[in-house]
Structures are given as structure tokens and as C-alpha cells.
Design a protein around this ligand. Structure first.
Ligand code: ATP
Ligand code: MG
Length: 357
């Protein structure tokens, strides 16, 4: 029997509620598909700060490095906003990504047929949405140096640096090519090369690498236009390849096309070593502790973990089919409710999904 060791970081806010559902689902899947999964729970985020004074304790990071994959719920709360930047839960995320060298963030954005009516946009526009944002995750302006504040001037100043070297661009492009080859072989690279030197290097490097694969058709788009096109005609995109900052913004924008942020998973990967699989949404403090959160984004993240991280393709399929069945029967959490459907709590919809598995 195959044996996997995964680390579960349930974090803050709605994290523990959606993690509870995910644990049950993974246990059921492991039984049905004949593999053994050891789930090691560790503190991370605000809750880790409370206990250890840091959002990403070494013990947690070490355990993650030794695992086959990391399943993360979400971190953060407004109550930590007054802390020094490096103590905030979000900086724990940056630390985890750096520690595992997770340079590629993958966000599939696909409208589930059973939810077409829940989207805030027109059905004709969203029904063809099936795209993946491939975002560079550990470079660019979020990490570039120098950075800082200049306080000894009359007018306070602050600055950051957007920097990439061609190796960083190459390896993320290779991931995009790999994904595009499993799909429609179309990559749209998004930059701002009409204004930024770093974007010109991005554009040149992406062209150089993709031209080595004759199957791939590459297009380029400026980020401002890409934002507009995503709203105007999202069906035109397949794989969107972009840098850290632009990817952050565009993937949240793309997320809203599908109706609820409570439905979208993500994977952050390295070429070797464990990946981190987590929902796109944050810790939703406004609904935490009420058992009303939508656990599906985290379950779809678990599905990505099964597929990409553990190679348990069949278990992943089983889980996604179960989710679709529950949704098509009209069961919804509050974020997706439209009046005609039955509203279930987080744990209730979890149990329905478990029953379908
Ligand atoms: P972060 O900075 O961590 O990304 P955020 O400020 O973008 O967080 P979220 O925590 O993602 O915000 O929440 C945004 C809104 O979406 C909130 O109103 C929240 O209640 C809702 N929301 C987020 N996740 C879910 C979920 N799984 N189920 C239901 N509602 C959710
Ligand atoms: Mg957010």
C-alpha cells in the first residue's frame, strides 16, 4: 500500500472549519482508493504567532520540508495588522514559499456547470471560462531588493524593486509550457514591456524558451489590457503566464468570474520537493466560527494535491465528481445561495460530499 505523509496547516479564521472537512474527505478517499495518508497538523499563521511569537515556526517549516505535500487552509486576521510586518501571518506565507522554493503558483479558474447561474457575470461570458494562471511566486517586486522607507527626508518616501533574472523567468515559463501541453497548447504571457525594462526581459525570455517547443502558440498582452480582456471575453484565455505582482492581481480578478472565491484552489510548486496546496481565498474573519464557510475551494486544493503532489489521479477524480454531484443536486453553502437552492453549513455540505465519494 502506498503511504503518504502530508502536513495540514489549518491556520486562522475559517481555516479549522474547512480543514476538518478536508481531513474527513482525505481519510475516506484513502480507504476507498487503498492508500495510507498520515496527516500531520502543525501551527502556522496567527495561531502560531500566539504560541511561538512567529507565524512560521522552524518546527512547522521543517516538518513541511519532510512531507510529500502541504495542505494549507488560510491565515490572517485584522487583529494582527498592527504587528511588525515580519510577524504578521501573511509574512509566514512568504517564508513558507521561500523555504520550499515554491516558484510556481498555479490557479485553475473553471466554472463548474452546476454553478453557472451563481456567477455575477453574464452566462454567455463565463460558460467558456477554463483557464489557468501560472504566476511566478518568489521573485519580482514582492522580494526585490533594495526596498524600504526613507524617513529622514522632509517628505516620507518608500520604494520597492521589481527585478527578475532570466533563469527565474525560464523556469516558470517551462512550467507554463508543461501545463499548456496538457491542454490547448496556448500561452498568453502578460507583462508591461512598453514601460518596464524588467518586463522586456520577461517578454524576450518567454519568447526564447517557448519558441523551442513548436507545439506552443504564444501571445503577449500588456497587463492593463489583460485585465480588460478577462472581463470582456475570458473564454479567449487558456494558460496565462505572468509575474508575481501581475499574477496576484489577475488571478483574483479571474477568480471572481466563477461566482465565488470559495470555489477556487491553487498549487504552489517547485521542480522537486513538496508543493503547497491551498484555496485562493483568505481566512474570512467575518464568517469564522459560524460553520457557514464554503469548504469546496480547500477540497479542490486537496484534489490538486492528490493529482499533482501524490499522483493519486483516481482519488482526485472521485472527489471532484462527488463535489459536482452535490452541487447539481442543488446543495449550496451560503456564499453560493441563490434562493432556489438548499443552504447547508460547512460541515453539512462536507458530509454530503463524503457520502458521494
Ligand atoms: P487575504 O488577504 O487573506 O486574501 P481577503 O481580504 O482577500 O484575504 P478573504 O478572507 O478571502 O479576504 O475574504 C473575502 C470575502 O470572501 C469575505 O467576505 C469572506 O467572508 C468571503 N469568503 C472567503 N472565503 C470564503 C469561503 N470559503 N466561504 C465563504 N465565503 C468566503
Ligand atoms: Mg485576497
Amino acid at each position: 500500500m502506498k503511504k503518504y505523509k502530508i502536513v495540514l496547516l489549518s491556520g486562522d479564521g475559517i481555516g479549522p472549519e474547512i480543514s476538518e472537512v478536508s481531513k474527513k474527505v482525505l481519510k475516506k478517499l484513502s480507504k476507498n482508493h487503498n492508500f495510507d495518508i498520515e496527516i500531520i497538523e502543525k501551527l502556522f499563521g496567527g495561531i502560531a504567532y500566539e504560541k511561538y511569537g512567529t507565524p512560521a515556526p522552524d518546527e512547522t517549516l521543517d516538518q513541511c520540508k519532510k512531507s510529500d505535500a502541504v495542505l494549507l487552509a488560510c491565515v490572517g486576521d485584522i487583529k494582527y495588522d498592527s504587528l511588525a510586518r515580519e510577524l504578521r501571518p501573511e509574512s509566514g506565507l512568504l517564508k513558507l514559499r521561500s523555504a520550499l522554493n515554491l516558484f510556481a503558483n498555479i490557479r485553475p479558474v473553471k466554472i463548474r456547470k452546476s454553478l453557472l447561474d451563481a456567477s455575477s457575470l453574464k452566462k454567455e461570458i463565463v460558460e467558456h471560462v477554463d483557464l489557468i494562471v501560472v504566476r511566478e511566486l518568489i521573485g519580482g517586486i514582492y522580494f526585490g531588493k533594495p526596498r524600504g522607507h526613507i524617513t529622514n527626508t522632509k517628505i516620507p518616501k518608500a520604494f520597492n524593486t521589481m527585478v527578475y533574472d532570466s533563469n527565474e523567468i525560464e523556469r516558470i515559463t517551462e512550467i507554463a509550457i508543461k501545463i499548456a501541453n496538457q491542454r490547448n497548447k496556448k500561452i498568453c504571457s502578460v507583462d508591461k514591456s512598453n514601460v518596464l525594462e524588467v518586463s522586456q526581459l520577461w517578454r524576450d525570455t518567454v519568447l526564447n524558451i517557448t519558441s523551442k517547443d513548436k507545439n506552443i502558440s504564444l501571445s503577449n498582452m500588456y497587463v492593463d489590457n489583460a485585465a480588460m480582456q478577462l472581463v470582456r471575453d475570458p473564454g479567449q484565455f487558456d494558460v496565462i503566464l505572468t509575474s508575481n505582482l501581475f499574477g496576484d492581481i489577475l488571478s483574483d480578478l479571474a477568480a471572481m468570474l466563477t461566482g465565488s472565491i470559495g470555489m477556487l484552489p491553487s498549487a504552489s510548486l517547485n521542480n522537486n520537493g513538496p508543493g503547497v496546496f491551498e484555496p485562493v481565498h483568505g481566512s474570512a474573519p467575518d464568517i469564522a466560527g459560524k460553520n457557514i464557510a464554503n469548504p469546496i475551494a480547500m477540497l479542490l486544493s486537496a484534489s490538486m494535491m492528490l493529482k499533482i503532489g501524490l499522483n493519486e489521479e483516481e482519488a482526485a477524480e472521485n472527489l471532484e465528481t462527488a463535489i459536482d454531484k452535490v452541487l447539481s443536486k442543488g446543495f449550496r453553502t451560503a456564499d453560493l445561495a441563490d434562493g432556489s437552492t438548499e443552504v447547508l453549513s460547512c460541515s453539512e455540505i462536507g458530509d454530503k460530499i463524503i457520502n458521494e465519494i
